[in-house]
Design a protein around this ligand. Structure first.
Ligand code: HEC
Ligand code: HEC
Ligand code: HEC
Ligand code: HEC
Ligand code: HEC
Length: 189
């Protein structure tokens, strides 16, 4: 009787348990893959700001808001005062704009959630790329078609190096003749 039970456990139960275990591991691995690479990440923001409306429909230049791109490593997120250049008047009775104005009047910075983030040990600089004529969309995709900002491309080391090695062919439109650096110290300084 006891032997039969052990037998049953070994022959039927154990394989089922292992099978379920393996399947759920593989499932989780693949389904969470994008999340780990961060592709598709689009957090809910404190104000429902839309790139589609501002950069797409209204065609406001990216640099009007991301003023750092040509002069510093960081693109920078605009302060509320930049929004108020228009929203002191535009749509000022709409609930979202009333909330926006409250932040401004209280002098509180908007707690925007960061979408892209490289680990601290990797160095990236916007100005060197943008000043060579590399378009934002090469790395950020068609953000002017999206309501909420989203990470579109992988920012892995392999992705950086892929463009650095093939820049002249990949970026024909922007007259790039030089490749990007491949030595470790350029990005890990
Ligand atoms: C009217 C101002 C405005 C304009 C114009 C604008 N943006 Fe933004 N952008 C913002 C704000 C505010 C955020 C932060 C909220 C968010 O992530 O949606 C942001 C976020 C982003 C992010 C994500 C930043 C992060 O957290 O990693 C990217 C990338 C970006 N913008 C690219 C662009 C590009 C490319 C253009 C031009 C096609 C553009 N933006 C035009 C205001 C603007
Ligand atoms: C150059 C002018 C301009 C700037 C700068 C600007 N906006 Fe706007 N925004 C507008 C206009 C105009 C509309 C209305 C467009 C429409 O509905 O057709 C609008 C619409 C909006 C709406 C939707 C309002 C509603 O419910 O109808 C939100 C939210 C918003 N803006 C947030 C922001 C934030 C946040 C910033 C700063 C990061 C910003 N805007 C910067 C001009 C601007
Ligand atoms: C060569 C690729 C590349 C190009 C071109 C590029 N970006 Fe970025 N962007 C990145 C990377 C990588 C990060 C994450 C940086 C970090 O975490 O330190 C980033 C982060 C950002 C951020 C959030 C952090 C910050 O720096 O303020 C904004 C906003 C942004 N980019 C806007 C833009 C705009 C606007 C353009 C075009 C004018 C642009 N980017 C062009 C790769 C690029
Ligand atoms: C779309 C193509 C492209 C992508 C993607 C790209 N780069 Fe570059 N990068 C270039 C080119 C082209 C240069 C060379 C510019 C020049 O000096 O002519 C460059 C230069 C650099 C430099 C040298 C400039 C300096 O500040 O010393 C660094 C560092 C760098 N890239 C880091 C990165 C990192 C990190 C990533 C990934 C997050 C990345 N790049 C993604 C095209 C790219
Ligand atoms: C063009 C920029 C660039 C160059 C050149 C580069 N790296 Fe990286 N590296 C990155 C970025 C961005 C990350 C972080 C993203 C990631 O995890 O893929 C990274 C991550 C790493 C990591 C952590 C990997 C992990 O999986 O956590 C190691 C280790 C590393 N790099 C070593 C090197 C060495 C060694 C070299 C020289 C042979 C080198 N890198 C050259 C951009 C670069």
């Amino acid at each position: 009787m006891k032997k039969a039970l052990i037998d049953y456990t070994l022959r039927i139960r154990l394989p089922i348990i292992l099978f379920v275990g393996v399947i759920s591991f593989i499932g989780t691995y693949f389904f969470s893959r994008a999340e780990r690479d961060n592709v598709g990440y689009s957090p809910v923001q404190p104000i429902s700001f839309s790139h589609k409306l501002h950069a797409g429909t209204m065609q406001i230049d990216c640099q009007y808001c991301h003023a750092g791109v040509t002069i510093s490593p960081y693109a920078t997120i605009p302060p509320v005062s930049t929004c108020m250049n228009c929203h002191a008047i535009a749509r000022k009775d709409k609930p979202e704009i009333v909330r926006l104005t409250n932040y401004y009047n209280k002098g509180i910075a908007l707690p925007w959630k960061r979408v892209h983030r490289l680990p601290d040990y990797a160095y990236f600089n916007h100005s060197v790329h943008v000043n060579k004529g590399i378009d934002c969309s090469n790395c950020h995709g068609p953000i002017e078609d999206l309501d909420g900002a989203m990470q579109v491309s992988e920012f892995t080391m392999a992705a950086c190096l892929n463009c650095h090695r093939n820049a002249p062919e990949l970026l024909q439109q922007s007259h790039i003749i030089k490749k990007g650096p491949e030595n470790c110290y350029a990005c890990h300084r």
